[in-house]
Design a protein around this ligand. Structure first.
Ligand SMILES: [Ca+2]
Length: 259
């Protein structure tokens, strides 16, 4: 008896919803479930007027008041970034399979201590890369050289929390590990990993492509209340000995967060 009651309740709700969809004609709950949306990660509330960019396609758009947005067809993997004042820059590596389904992107409010080092997409390397690279077909920007370096101020009280360098998205890394994980289709070569330096000391190597890679910054390297420097060096093709062939990569969003 209970079961029948439950089923009839379900049917009733379904009928109500489909009715609502026909009557209102606007954005209904059912439509929302099939739309790409940007929401506040903490409250799930829609975030309107957020800028969505796909640098590969030179495409950008803004979310509407319901947080919904459209992107065109996507071929291969590409970086999609979301920017909204008061929120941390967000990026995601998407491909045709991911883009074909509705995406719900939760973005986080920024903290006063966040330091945005780069909010756009930049290319490191020499613009010489294999069509089988994990970034090929994705690269659009001209290389800004084999390394990236930027100085920025850190607060006096920065040592009272743990600090992380966050790489929003990185594509094009052709290390042996990236190859063995199926991230590229290069058969006969691989590259050394891009290296991350903080105030001149190496703190990490990036072995894999992906989003939201967090690197803890050792406290002894941090200069509170002063200028600090982050440097990223592209890896090198280890099978090319005749000349230096840098491993071309693209990076979106670079920031420092304290937790
Ligand atoms: Ca290269």
């Amino acid at each position: 008896m209970k079961k029948i009651f439950l089923i009839s309740v379900c049917i009733f709700i379904f009928a109500l919803q489909s009715n609502a969809a026909t009557v209102s004609g606007g954005v209904s709950k059912i439509d929302m479930q099939n739309a790409n949306r940007v929401v506040d990660a903490a409250t799930n509330a829609p975030v309107g007027n957020a800028k969505i960019s796909l640098p590969k396609y030179n495409y950008s758009t803004y979310t509407d008041e319901y947080g919904t947005f459209n992107i065109g067809k996507v071929k291969g993997s590409t970086i999609m970034s979301v920017e909204k004042e008061g929120y941390r820059p967000f990026s995601l590596t998407i491909n045709d399979t991911i883009a074909a389904k509705p995406m719900v992107l939760g973005i986080q409010k920024s903290n006063i201590s966040d330091v945005v080092i780069a909010s756009d997409v930049f290319h490191l390397g020499d613009d010489n890369y294999s069509e089988h690279s994990s970034g090929a077909g994705t690269f659009r920007l001209r290389s800004s050289g084999p390394f990236f370096s930027k100085t920025f101020m850190l607060n006096r009280d920065v040592l009272s929390s743990d600090n992380y360098l966050v790489i929003g998205s990185i594509i094009g890394v052709d290390t042996l590990m990236a190859r063995s994980m199926g991230q590229n289709k290069i058969v006969n070569s691989y590259a050394s990993a891009p290296e991350i330096f903080f105030n001149g000391s190496k703190i990490a190597e990036i072995q894999l492509n992906g989003d939201n890679q967090k690197i803890k910054i050792p406290k002894n390297l941090i200069r509170p209340g002063m200028q600090n420097e982050v440097t990223i060096k592209a890896g090198r093709n280890l099978m090319q000995t005749a000349y230096v062939d840098y491993d071309d990569i693209e990076i979106a969003n670079l920031s420092i967060i304290s937790e």
